[in-house]
Design a protein around this ligand. Structure first.
Ligand code: AHG
Ligand code: MN
Ligand code: MN
Length: 350
């Protein structure tokens, strides 16, 4: 995205990106559409209870999650905005199948319109996540736009509706963050090139699931808990914000590692997060900021979906820490002795 000034408006930054690479013209239009929908969603979220019961429950979505008012509202705002952009189809968390928008348009979008739904109604940060891919569906292969690897993404982004509303974005040339200037109703560049520190001292995981984890995760977290006395030789802090975008934004800003592994609960063998509209966009943004993103053994961006709501275990963050976690998976140690904490000895015993 070249060397743009802090405070530049998003539209000026997109214009500069297209000037440098005219092939981004349609991608820029899709990003602008997502940004306009995000501002609408941010305005409603910012009114909190004054906007009514944003957590009012409705139908179940295809993943069996109960849809809340804000899930559906965000889905409608984003898909409506994308209908006015060069988008052929959308794979949304809140729609069973692929939604056809503009036949023949060059781009397809995978979207999580409202991420962190369990935070709705309790005034905690939520977000929206999107990945933009070239259209590749055909009548013979109607999911074709979404079954390629994440490396096909032309752009990806997420919005965090937090104390500030921010848009974290990559067009394949680094990861930037824009912050919503509410007075002007525009996003402004505040972080021109995000770089994730290589080593981590903070991990994010839902520790209430510890008894369900596979051995490698149990061993890694056990070693994090052992701190400087353990094989990882450092003390860790822990955070779990209940919204992927919030944990991702913290990792981008101060490093750390996030884990949503598969576990042995029914339906959680591949974890909870969806490949197309959560893991792949986040992985693209992380890699463009010098961080890593794996499923434990594979690079997320190399994985191909076979269904639009397919789940995948997701571990991302500081490159050295993700590599460390990969060692625990790679060195699966089924012969591990039992430790008092999780019933398995750490793999990195000195
Ligand atoms: P969504 O609300 O789009 O379903 O996403 C929620 C995800 C993710 O944002 C968060 O990290 C994770 O679910 C939290 O899962 P747990 O409630 O199992 O901790
Ligand atoms: Mn989500
Ligand atoms: Mn969601």
């Amino acid at each position: 995205m070249g060397s743009l000034e802090i405070g530049s408006r998003l539209d000026a930054c997109l214009t500069a990106a297209v000037a440098a690479d005219p092939g981004l013209a349609d991608v820029a239009k899709v990003i602008a559409a997502c940004a306009s929908a995000a501002i609408e969603v941010s305005t409603v979220i910012g009114r909190g209870a004054l906007a009514g019961d944003l957590a009012a429950q409705g139908e179940q979505n295809s993943d069996g999650d109960v849809q809340k008012f804000l899930d559906v509202f965000a889905h409608e705002r984003f898909t409506e905005a994308l209908r006015g952009a060069p988008v052929s189809e959308v794979a949304s968390e809140e729609a069973e199948g692929v939604m056809l928008l503009n036949p023949g348009a060059p781009l397809a979008v995978a979207i999580d319109p409202l991420d962190g739904s369990s935070n709705i109604g309790v005034n905690m940060a939520v977000g929206s996540i999107f990945g933009i891919r070239p259209t590749a569906s055909t009548p013979e292969n109607p999911l074709g736009s979404f079954t390629g690897p994440g490396t096909l993404q032309r752009a990806a982004g997420f919005v965090t509706y937090g104390p500030a509303t921010s848009l974290v974005l990559t067009l394949g040339d680094g990861t930037q963050t824009y912050t919503l200037d509410r007075a002007e109703g525009v996003f402004r560049l505040t972080h021109p090139r995000m770089e994730v520190v290589a080593s981590a001292k903070e991990y994010a995981i839902n520790a209430s699931n510890a008894r369900h984890w596979d051995t490698p995760v149990k061993a890694y977290i056990e070693d994090c808990l052992r701190g400087a006395e353990g094989p990882l030789d450092k003390d860790f802090n822990m955070r779990w914000l209940g919204s992927l975008v919030s944990d991702a934004q913290r990792v981008l800003l101060r490093g750390g590692v996030f884990l949503y592994p598969g576990d042995n609960r029914k339906g959680y063998a591949q974890g909870r997060l969806r490949l197309l509209y959560e893991a792949a966009p986040i992985a693209f943004l992380m890699e463009q900021a010098g961080a890593g993103a794996i499923d434990g053994e594979r690079r997320i961006l190399d994985i191909c979906a076979s269904a639009i709501h397919e789940r995948v275990p997701l571990i991302f963050g500081s490159a050295d820490e993700v590599a460390c976690v990969a060692k625990y998976y790679g060195g699966r140690n089924s012969a591990a002795g039992r430790s008092p904490l999780f019933g398995q000895r750490g793999l990195m015993r000195s």
